[in-house]
Design a protein around this ligand. Sequence first.
Ligand code: GLA
Length: 393
Amino acid sequence: MKNAETKNIYIMSMKTQIHDKFVSLFGEGGQVFASAGRINLIGEHTDYNGGYVFPGAIDKGIMAEIKLNGTNKVRAFSIDYNAQTEFGLNEEDLPKEQWARYIFGVCRETIKRGGKVEGFDTVFAGDVPLGAGLSSSAALESTFAFALNELFHNGIDKFELAKIGQSTEHNYCGVKCGIMDQFASCFGKAGCLIRLNCKTLEYKYFPFNPKGYKLVLIDSCVKHELASSAYNKRRESCENAAAAIRKNHPEVEFLSDAKRVWLDEVRDQIPEEDFLRAEYVIGEVQRVLDVCDALERDDYETVGEMMYQTHFGMSRLYEVSCEELDFLNKLARKMDVTGSRVMGGGFGGCTINLVKDELYEPFIAAAKEKFAAKFGHEPKIYDVVVSDGARQL
Ligand code: GLA
């Protein structure tokens, strides 16, 4: 069976499963909404530095059935956690379950923006692997941000919906993330990657269908416990470096505004660690532009080379890789895979690989075998299709 057909059957069965549960818990069914996880071809840790990112939504996401219940309470059931909770819509009603905080946060952030939110019942499920760096949380936030906007006719624009998800992370989940994940989840379009300038919020869709290549994710299955505090620490280093540069160059609002030589000027004034973080970010912003140019010439060799450079930077300068991801990256290089790098925030998760069709099978086989020999378990393989983001089904 073709991939797309298999996927449709899968989506239908997820929808049926959600609906059956919904009816058994809450009676008559509601409306169904969905959103997506994301990949990012290049441009990592650049979003909160006002730089460029280049993500796309994927064919793995979250689906939720929702119906207003005429109360001021939300009753939510997660199929994946097989758990139910109930919470009110006021600030003091913060639920104790982490998964429910995402929904609570989206309700609160919608209300803070003047949107109407009243009680509703919901059952939801997802197929974005958790902790793999594919933004399952952004998929969840975007599903509910989009759905509440439709259900209550709030008329909030799509960028603001993405920001509702981002503020949920900041204010209810303790992650000072940038806008990339929620942006990709809200703006995703089948077959297209999107270059976003995170400072001006200008964006451009780039059709992405590299003939003769496949994009494959290899999940190390490593999840770093302290990922969110380490992430926030990276952000602080960048802000620190930008503040030092700003003293000499007041036009530097974000680190991405700085020239490399301006960073050199302040090397002695900031901790070495902050210097290395900033060195990575300034290089990474330029790499996104180089990759977009290369794509316009169908020059996948350059795209791949930039991906390797990103991996080097994320591993050695930004220090968000780990032994398992470095191992997968090295193996890709050794096997002449066109491009490979750690994807997303890092501290575990996946590598994203641009692989020539003929190399796909041998590379996956070798990755499974060699990784298992070294780390005692096989990595997971995800073939992703660049797909639509938030929508009603
Ligand atoms: C996480 C964050 C994003 C972005 C990436 C790294 O996914 O949520 O905002 O910073 O890490 O590029």
